[in-house]
Design a protein around this ligand. Sequence first.
Ligand code: SF4
Length: 352
Amino acid sequence: MGKIHGSGYPERESTLERIKAIRQDIGKDLLIFSHFYQDDDIVELADFVGDSLQLAHIASEKQDAPYIIFCSVSFMAEMAKILCSPKQEVLSPAPKARCPLAEMAHIHDVEVLWKGLLASGEEFIPVVYVNSTAEIKAFCGKNGGTVCTSSNAKKVFEWVFGKGKKLLFFPDENLGRNTSYSLGIRDEEIKTLDPKGDKGLSDLGKVKVLLWKGFCYVHTRFLKTQIEKLKNTHDGLKVIVHPECPPEVCAVSDLFGSTSFIKKTIEEAPSGSKWAVGTEWNFVNRLSKNNPDKTVIPILESRCNEMAQVTPERLLEVLEGIARGELTGRVTVSDEIADGARVGLKRMLEIA
Ligand code: SF4
């Protein structure tokens, strides 16, 4: 993919050159995937760059290359492992990079809640955000539910309501609430559960959507007051944010949607337009560089520390391992969990 940007530092430049050389030697046996939130050097080296939904579709289709290096946090690398062919090895340059939002829903708590819901007599379908562990994806697959991303959450929620059922959604409360609002669901039909506190399973009659109290620290840093201040100081500024932002932030923004929606909106916006963007800083910075005819600024410089654990140096270690015939950063998921999670993920890919 084009020329390597680099940082201007000699050590980094030589790392990038070494990556390019090994990458060329390995050839078609290797695919590199990168999430949009990775830094420019990683994005420039990747064969595929996208949001979770785009990368899930690609992982389920590209079944020939024996090696996939997945540059992102662990739940996405696990998702690729579940969706690709069993013969393919998925390798992570940062196997310990775990998304804190994904860690907010533990399988034990989910199972306890589910038992309570079954006993309540109300019929719920469990839907888990892709930012979750493979165990919880498997739980949803086995219990008639599915997975969603921020790109397809609306369609997945409609799929649940089309079955005449209620929705249990976890772990991101904001995505659940923002998506519910966009479908016309009112506050009195939404209930948030604190998994560590009262399970709150009484009075579920009116409830259409039950939400888990999880959040992404990168997106909850954006505040309504920051947006109001920006709008007051920049004439004609439009604001676009990710749906993991709090509802009051989405309410004062002009638009909200997934990273691919944000990218497309800005790319297609008129030349000269001005945008403030509320999502991970690497991505906003790249949008700004790639759209020089527009003004694109971050609402705030909010970075994901876990995504940043993937570095060119760590990518090089994985590549050198492949070249030596020693696999480092191997992603593994037990057969039982992978089978259940695959059911949930494939259902999602059929819905949207
Ligand atoms: S940006 Fe938020 S949701 Fe995404 S990986 Fe980082 S902490 Fe997790």
